[in-house]
Design a protein around this ligand. Structure first.
Ligand code: DHB
Ligand code: FE
Length: 282
């Protein structure tokens, strides 16, 4: 992957698309009580005050931070920044009350309303889609081990260059996205390609921060899934690949050992991975 490819997304392009997707998503709005706003906003501000005192932050550094924050907003990069650096802690808190399959962050690149697919299927892909063919097969069950028929596995992933349809130029809408419905035994078998690791766009303010701090900008290769069925709590999660690069240093800190696939090479050069999902009652 190089930065000269014609379909390389820019931070501004990805940020604008991610901001649009976020605003378009129907979500519960909540009237947060004043005491809670007071407690959380105060704690956030105190954390900033504490960092300034502890590190003797100067006026020029404060102004540089102000400029950077303005740039993040103007570039539409808040969804990217927050999902990479903050969402994993929100997910940790949610996970305290969640049984069944472990969750992980949703990230900024989910798009609802994708094509519905049968239990044995292939994700929509381009003719000659690059990447190692991969089959993900398994079963959806409840906490008692009973199969969940008709569960929806809403899958989205990057391609073999690490780019997501809908957020990078030149990829057809809906590519490597789809809603797979489990069969009468809760089973599914999905053909796709192995995604590449994902790099945070380096040409915007988030990328500038990462470079300025000497961090790397990578997430390990992953598949995103939302698994839902009527009467069950929806699981939003990601699956990773055993031995994959960046697995131990995900910039989004969103990996969990229970979410790592161990795909087996098949005779024909493809990979096959098994994974079962366990849903809890809503
Ligand atoms: C981001 C991108 C991802 O693909 C993901 O899974 C999580 C976060 C991001 O750029 O913020
Ligand atoms: Fe992702």
């Amino acid at each position: 992957m190089t930065t000269t490819e014609p379909h390389t997304p820019t931070a501004a392009g990805s940020g604008t698309s991610a901001s649009r997707a976020f605003r378009a998503a129907a979500r519960q709005t909540q009237d947060v009580p004043a005491e809670r706003v007071d407690a959380v906003a105060r704690a956030v501000l105190e954390g900033i005050h504490q960092a300034i005192r502890e590190h003797n932050v100067t006026y020029p550094e404060f102004q540089a931070a102000k400029q950077w924050l303005m740039d993040v907003g103007e570039g539409g990069e808040w969804p990217l920044f927050l999902d990479v650096f903050v969402e994993h802690v929100v997910e940790d808190v949610a996970a305290r009350t969640q049984d069944g399959t472990k969750g992980s962050i949703q990230g900024p690149y989910y798009l609802p309303g994708q094509v519905t697919l049968p239990s044995t299927t292939a994700l929509p892909m381009r003719p000659g889609e690059q990447g190692t063919p991969l089959v993900l097969a398994g079963q959806v069950r409840d906490l008692d081990g009973e199969p969940v028929a008709g569960a929806e596995l809403d899958i989205w992933q990057a391609d073999a260059d690490g780019y997501y349809s809908g957020f990078a130029p030149g990829i057809p809408d809906g590519n490597l996205r789809g809603v797979v419905v489990s069969d009468g035994q809760g089973r599914f078998e999905v053909s796709t390609v192995q995604p590449a690791p994902y790099q945070i766009p380096t040409d915007g303010p988030t990328g500038r921060l990462i470079a300025a701090a000497g961090w790397h900008a990578w997430r390990p290769a992953h598949l995103h899934l939302m698994v839902r069925a009527p009467g069950y709590r929806t699981i939003t999660t990601q699956l990773y690949f055993q031995g994959g690069q960046w697995l131990d240093s995900d910039i989004a800190e969103a990996t969990k050992p229970e979410l790592v696939l161990d795909p087996r090479p098949q005779g024909d050069g493809s990979l096959r991975a098994g994974y079962d999902f366990v849903l809890e009652r809503a």
